[in-house]
Write a protein that binds this ligand. Structure first.
Ligand SMILES: [Zn+2]
Length: 54
């Protein structure tokens, strides 16, 4: 594996919308924070963890 692939230095997360789809609350659309949160910080909805951490 090569490091540094995907996100150029100096670019904040949010460039690729598709990457955010899995981080959005299905109920209210809030961005999951932190990304590993088990429930929405805004509405408290349970967030599915369908993406394993690398
Ligand atoms: Zn929510």
């Amino acid at each position: 594996m090569t490091g540094g692939a995907g996100i150029p230095e100096g670019v904040d997360a949010g460039g690729d919308a598709a990457c955010w789809l899995g981080l959005l609350c299905p109920d209210c659309g809030a961005v999951r924070e932190p990304a590993t949160a088990a429930e929405c910080w805004r509405c408290g909805a349970a967030l599915p963890r369908d993406r394993d951490s690398p």
